[in-house]
Design a protein around this ligand. Structure first.
Ligand code: CP
Length: 315
């Protein structure tokens, strides 16, 4: 495994091994000295053409915890504004010794263009490409679900677990990667959202589809994962207005109170508090949102270790 571009590229065995390795990395993160020598002397670049807080910073922390050197490239403030291309940006950074790129881009497929290119020999990790995939988010979400529901066992999959993903499914790379990985691990995945924000072929990606949140919640799920309304990708009137969206599809305090105490709440972030999720729900004891962020560092350590320490480089 040289690149991580898509959950579709991971076998069940790969996925379980990464989850297990991430739990080992969690143990390192609890030690006084949170550093392993695995990537000492290696140079990685965060190549971010789109904004990020969690993904970029957790990859940087993960790289540093594995003793790698890491540089942060952000399109804003770079020579992209002078017309420099993706290819020339990559060639420039590789000429300075970068061996692996962690790529976030607003265009679906951008990470794969670098991975497949004859002009690059670097490893590539997809850190979110357009509306396509966000594989490390799905891995950290499955790790969070497995640890919360099944304990810290290293071999268990998610057979029998029911997950409801709510909101803007159409534009969500998180929903897509999560559905692929959760179903690979044996979970049942349901999507719920306005019909305008459900993909035409949603039934190929999820086991159950709902456009009435109250009806879906009534059926019962172990996990309710709320998605952000992606204003930046909304180029036509997908929802009448934010108030109506929140009334129909928001996880309000009233809806939350109708859930069982055992139902756990997730959100990949960043959140629009008061729109897709009430602040009180996000901060409740049933929320796994900060645990998701903590697990993001462990998963990204596991991915970097697997790609760069275990597999080495070379196309
Ligand atoms: N969940 C996620 O990808 O968050 P960021 O956009 O802050 O990286």
């Amino acid at each position: 495994m040289k690149h991580l571009l898509s959950i579709e590229d991971l076998s069940l065995k790969d996925s379980l091994e990464l989850l297990s390795l991430a739990n080992e990395m969690r143990k390192t993160n609890l030690k006084e000295v949170k550093r392993l020598p695995a990537l000492s002397g290696r140079l990685l670049a965060n190549l971010f053409f789109e904004d990020s807080t969690r993904t970029r910073i957790s990859f940087e922390i993960a790289a540093k915890r594995l003793s790698a050197d890491v540089v942060n490239f952000s399109a804003k403030g770079s020579s992209i504004s002078k017309g420099e291309s993706l290819k020339d940006t990559v060639l420039t950074l590789e000429a300075m010794g970068v061996e692996a790129f962690i790529v976030r881009h607003s265009s679906s497929g951008a990470a794969r263009i670098i991975a497949d290119a004859s002009w690059s020999i670097a490893s590539v990790i997809n850190a979110g490409d357009g509306t396509h995939e966000h594989p490390t988010q799905a891995l950290l979400d499955s790790l969070t679900i497995r640890n919360a529901l099944k304990g810290f066992s290293s071999t268990e999959d998610l057979q029998g677990v029911r997950v409801l993903i709510v909101g803007d499914i159409l534009h969500s790379r998180v929903a897509r990667s999560n559905a692929l990985l959760l179903r690979k691990l044996g979970a049942t995945v349901a999507f719920c959202g306005p019909s305008t924000l459900l993909p035409v072929f949603a039934t190929l990606t999820a086991d159950e589809i709902y456009s009435d949140l109250d009806a879906a919640l009534e059926i019962g799920f172990d996990i309710v994962m709320m998605l952000r309304i992606q204003q930046e990708r909304m180029n036509s009137g997908f929802t009448p207005n934010q108030v109506e969206y929140s009334e129909r599809f928001g996880l309000t305090q009233a809806r939350f109170e109708r859930l069982g105490k055992q139902t756990l709440i997730m959100h990949p972030g960043p959140m629009n508090r008061g729109l897709e999720i009430a602040s009180t729900v996000a901060d409740s004891s049933q929320s796994l949102i900060t645990e998701q962020v903590t697990n993001g560092v462990a998963i990204r350590m596991a991915v970097l270790y697997r790609l760069l320490a275990q597999e080495g480089t070379g196309k």
